[in-house]
Design a protein around this ligand. Sequence first.
Ligand code: APR
Ligand code: PHB
Length: 389
Amino acid sequence: MRTQVVIIGGGPSGLLLSQLLHVRGIDSIVLERKTRDYVLSRIRAGVLERGLLELMRKAGAAARLEREGLPHDGALLSYGDEMFRIDFKRLTGTSVIVYGQTEVTRDLYDAREAAGGRTEFNVDDVEIHDTNRDRPYVTYRVGSEPRRIDCDFVAGCDGFHGVSRKTIPDGVRKEYERVYPFGWLGVLSETPPVNHELIYATSSRGFALCSMRNPMLSRYYVQCPATDRVEAWSDSAFWDELRRRIPADQAEKLVTGPSIEKSIAPLRSFVCEPMRWGRLFLCGDAAHIVPPTGAKGLNTAASDVHYLYNALRQYYEERDSSGIERYSERALARVWKVERFSWWFSSLMHHFPEQTEFDHKIQTAELEFLRSNEDSQRAMATNYVGLPY
Ligand code: APR
Ligand code: PHB
């Protein structure tokens, strides 16, 4: 088999890239280790930047997002019983869109099927060869049958645990990592959201987040020890803990119900450099991870896709390789700024086991400064709505 671009990984990064390329007449094949249903069963964050909306439009996959996505002009931050609002729209002229990442992936799968795009599911033993030559190729297995695809380029969109990153030799690849000593216990419930805007809350008991998917579907999180097991958290223990971490007037309004999904996610900051090795490009979680505070995971994957899609388009349409050569540098320049924001927002809102009373006082002072200082709010809002590509 032959194609122009082999895309490893059928998550949101790989699918968005394949659709954008398709619109420009560039052929790709997506190789996914799992099934479509499995990929669509993963629940992830739900705040989208405008840049991602633009890319979904270009990919011809934005119709439902435009219909059902909830524009949010601001968000609430609370500490103890104090709460204030950051007005994104007024401070930056832009808002964000609340829409589940799982739904973005579903829309991309639907668009890809409608376009007759080729996706191979249940592939095993993917190996990438000769990315430093003009003619790379990818080998893999479906069941017991070995297969090979020859191509011009390989896009490694296979997430944090994929094979693409490890194809870059140890002596070349440098990884930067911070693992946080806690996780997020998340609950999805068919209840009306406690507030029409998101609440990022910190309290003497730690962080909590009140988010939503639609007017009858809420998504809530509480910070918990990284060692906690989800089975040990009953629904009522979760709701009690959430109530204690948000302002009393919000806790009173909280409508609880049975959880329809409950899971614990670890928090990690991670960056791999470089993001290109010859004709192999890393994209999305394959190259970087952010803690979820600020919901930058998918949005940062989208900016990589933007740079890579434009680089490939330039190569095929204008025979210009400069975008390809500069891909890693361009993508990483934005990635590190988003890493900084996600680390900052996480550090501001969570309790760290080693923190002293001094550290708590500093966190509160920073929140009070943010509350009262418009320049500081604008800096936060600028990052939250999404840095330019
Ligand atoms: N071969 C083929 N497919 C693979 C392999 C492999 N060796 N390893 C992993 N995959 C697939 C996974 O099954 C998954 O469907 O690659 C896909 C990667 O998808 P994601 O992990 O969702 O990563 P990405 O598409 O970069 O999405 C960006 O934004 O909010 C964050 O973490 C969140 O997934 C989200 C990310
Ligand atoms: C979510 O809705 O799942 C969500 C929202 C905002 C975040 C993280 C997760 O910062």
